[in-house]
Design a protein around this ligand. Sequence first.
Ligand SMILES: [Zn+2]
Length: 878
Amino acid sequence: MALAIVSAFAFGGAAQAAPASKSAPVRAETAFLSQADAFARSARIANVDYVLDFTLTGKETFAGTTTISFDLKDVDSAVTLDLNKATVKSVSVNGKPVETRYNNWFITIAPADLVKGKNTVTVAYERLHSTNGEGLHRMVDPADGRVYTYSHFEPAAAQQMFPLFDQPDLKASYTVSVTAPKDWHVVTTTRETKVDEAGASRRWTFKQTKRLSPYNFSLHAGPYQVWEDNSGKYPMRLFARQSLAKQIAPDYWFKQTKAGLGFFEEYFGIPYPFEKYDQLIVPDFLYGAMENAGAITFAEARYSVADMTAEQKQSLTEVIMHEMAHQWFGNLVTMKWWNGLWLNESFASFMGVLATNESTEFNSSWQKFYQTGKQSAYVQDQTASTHPIEVPVPSTANAFDNIDAITYSKGGSTLKQLRHLLGEDVFRKGVHNYLVKYSWQNATLDDFINTLGQTAGRDLSGWTKEWLYHAGVNTIAANYSCSNGKIKDFTLSQSAPGKDLPTLREQRVQVAAFKIENGKLALVKNVPVTYKGARTAVAQLNGAACPDLVYPNYQDWGYAKVQLDGRSFDTARTRLAQVDDPLLRAMLWQSLWDGVRDAKLPLNDFITVALNNAPQEKDYTLLGDVLGKIGQSKSYLDAMNLDNAYAKQTAAALEKMAWDGVLAHKGSTDFQRRWFNLYVSVASTSEALSRLAGILDGKVDAAGVEISQQLRWSIVAHLSRYDVAGSTALIEAESARDKSDAGQIAAVAASAARPDAKAKAEWVKRIEDQKSPLPFSRARTAMYSVFPPEQGKLDELDADARLARLPALDKAAGPVFMRAYATTMIPATCTPQSVQRLSRAADQMKDLSAFTRRSLLDTLQSDQRCVAIKAALTAPKG
Ligand SMILES: [Zn+2]
């Protein structure tokens, strides 16, 4: 077969490298690195090697000496080394001590001190450990006083640990030695070659790494508990803080890890690129997990849960697989610049689900992906501030602006669709070819798409343009009529969101028709269709029996919003219990929920359907989704502040359903936990709250639910949120009982939720204070808890002032802080006045940072949505 030659794309995205010339502009004096400055640097520099030496004592400061060698193309201008807020003791270049300029962000080495060709720079320095989860983070365990450190570098925080060229397209080797306290373990990309006694310390020496982008290198050190498993092809270790050791299930981690390594080696057709597989569970982690080459870090708060439920095990497995996929796609082959981050994350998200589905016990992982990741992508893709999957990233300040559902889940959905469009085998071969061709190098989107296109023998430039460079989700609908009981004139139509987002897309889906037969919804016919443009005839369905339901994205191949025709919508509303296939049932629940969100189906109607159908739900994965939607329904009602009989009856009915669910699933731990979690989240009557209080102090039977420490805290937080008498004392008592880090964080969440105006004002002050002694992990927790939906009146007290403070705070605080703050603390109270306030702010606050600006627009839109859902209620609103 002749291969299609795919031309270079002409529609922008990746900016061109700035030419390195004698007139190269001086690097901008900021904490962040622009793409232009980064590319100007990588055009002149090659063959980078780092020799890193660290002295760690457990104290707040660490010391380091870094020797960097590199080839330099010209000595026409200075060379800069990124190093954030360190105390530089000395710099020598090619063996000679030199005077350099250091502005707290980067060291500038004068051209006169450099030579054309190979240069060696040595920097000795000291620095404070970070405490915000970036750089070399340090944490003192409140349970036993032990000190733990770990590194987190993505996108550009290696410079908070050592001087370097902190950009992904300057891959380098790293040769590490570390002096650390005697009882510490030191973990990095490679295994240690020796550990020598050195007085009260030990000195660790490691083998040189293969060539890695800085953000993929890592170093973690502390008196971690270590578990080992050498039963597989690669040695595996797991690390966690000693005080958590009892609650970790290392065998489960190793089992899933081993299954994943086998799966990926076979799928990619390339051996695992690193020599060992270490995984560390670390505190105060900013994200879910991080794919550092051979030394992956996981967020303790999520992945150190004792006695995991099936749902928690599945989430853990998916994240193990996600990070493992990155070892090839991300670490072995790496993006050139941060505009390529989405492909990295989309691919790992997609592969994480595929590997979980195919190599572990969780064979409904695609259904879970549909219910969770994909829905979050649809939600975001319908916001006013949605963006194309591929967007320019002007500087490292913007690298994480798009760490969102478009980047992870729409991207993942798009790759899933591409796999159906090209065929599973062609897709896999294309990925293999790409990974082989660019091993140990950097690559761009064009490199990936061109390799896939060549493997498939088709030009993917049109597809790429439609899917990756244009935002928005299309709506698809089935159109047909029936005569004499048979389908006539069946077409599939697609529409674009509006004139701002007019793109229609090529897509391969399955269109399925169903009929109610003997009280069950039975499949009449299923037709795969590749459609393009506004309308596509589906002749194969003509003549089939007139259906009760047509679903135009059966089995979820496509990324599209489904608009059910009137008859199908009615079938969904009334016949949910007669649908056997859990994925189809999930899709019908979703159609109803979409109806609520679009203010087409009254929320009270949805709640009626939920009360009638949720108790019968037998699919564990879907039950999680349905109960989640019920929880959101209750949050909407709370935010509407309906102080009427309907609201009271509904609250009582939801509580009753949840408690009945707990009773009905005695002996079935996982199902029962789902129902109990719902019960805790919806409890608001005095009867339910006092039952929870009774369960907490052991006086009321919990119907067989094992009340773990985590559940105890969620009950305490809920009682505090509803200001149940004695709840402040409960927080103190629970804190005394649980002195762990997780316990301290839970106590913050519980305290911040208390509905007390004075306490709220203090929490807001502590959160916003940039010099606050409150650690960021606590401040972030408080942000998420301080204004639950039913506390809109308390939120209103500070709303005007808080919104007015947004621009100044946005300037003063960094992106890590604002990513948490802007998504939680912009006031929205589901009233026309609140919508107006946000609209005014959106008109006036045009100079916010990109992420904060987008959060403001999203908050406005979701507040408008809440008001519209309220207006669409057919139950009393007063
Ligand atoms: Zn990832």
